[in-house]
Design a protein around this ligand. Structure first.
Ligand code: FE2
Ligand code: FE2
Ligand code: FE2
Length: 184
């Protein structure tokens, strides 16, 4: 895997930076959800943190032949004030990726005929749509002072698709078999 165009390479690095920070941020917020007595929302954060690792890894691997140091600028949500606010931060971050970042990165990769980058951006973009919905539902529960249900969270290790409960046989984004999914 490799890329020929500088703009797509820059977008892959920026997306790698954003996904890497989301991976950390969700683990931090997951830990605090558990401390606040919301273990199931904590598992949702952990599962989605893993999905963001999958996205970071995919972007990184598209660039694996481009050896060298790069300074990476990437937007990141900051703040750690309480569960409902943390979930709002998560929703805002996902919506930014869904509405702003990935559509632009994806169109650039298409325009520059960068197939590997296009797939990596598309997997992330599709998964983020699901993440936003899962965080919105979790926030509705948290606002009522309630945790979400106790079903397991499953994550596709190829594309970061995420579901609560065992609902699909193959990943709707990348086609991977559900036996590969990681469970939280
Ligand atoms: Fe992501
Ligand atoms: Fe996400
Ligand atoms: Fe998948």
């Amino acid at each position: 895997m490799s890329v020929k165009n500088a703009m797509t390479a820059d977008f892959l690095r920026s997306a790698y930076g954003g996904e890497s920070m989301a991976h950390m941020r969700y683990q931090i917020w997951g830990e605090s959800s558990r401390k606040d007595g919301f273990p199931n929302i904590g598992r949702l954060f952990d599962g989605i943190a893993y999905a963001e690792l999958v996205h970071a890894k995919n972007h990184f691997n598209v660039l694996k032949e481009q050896v060298g140091d790069n300074t990476v600028a990437a937007g990141a949500v900051f703040g750690h004030t309480g569960l409902v606010d943390n979930l709002q931060g998560a929703i805002n971050g996902e919506l930014h990726e869904i509405d702003q970042m990935y559509p632009v990165y994806l169109e650039t990769a298409r325009f520059q005929e960068e197939k590997d980058a296009e797939r990596s951006f598309r997997y992330a973009h599709e998964a983020e749509k699901i993440h936003a919905k899962l965080f919105q539902d979790a926030q509705s529960s948290a606002k009522d002072g309630k945790d979400i249900g106790s079903e397991a969270v499953y994550v596709c290790p190829i594309c970061g698709f995420t579901e609560i409960g065992d609902n699909v046989d193959t990943c709707p984004i990348c086609g991977a078999k559900k036996e590969m999914f990681k469970e939280y």
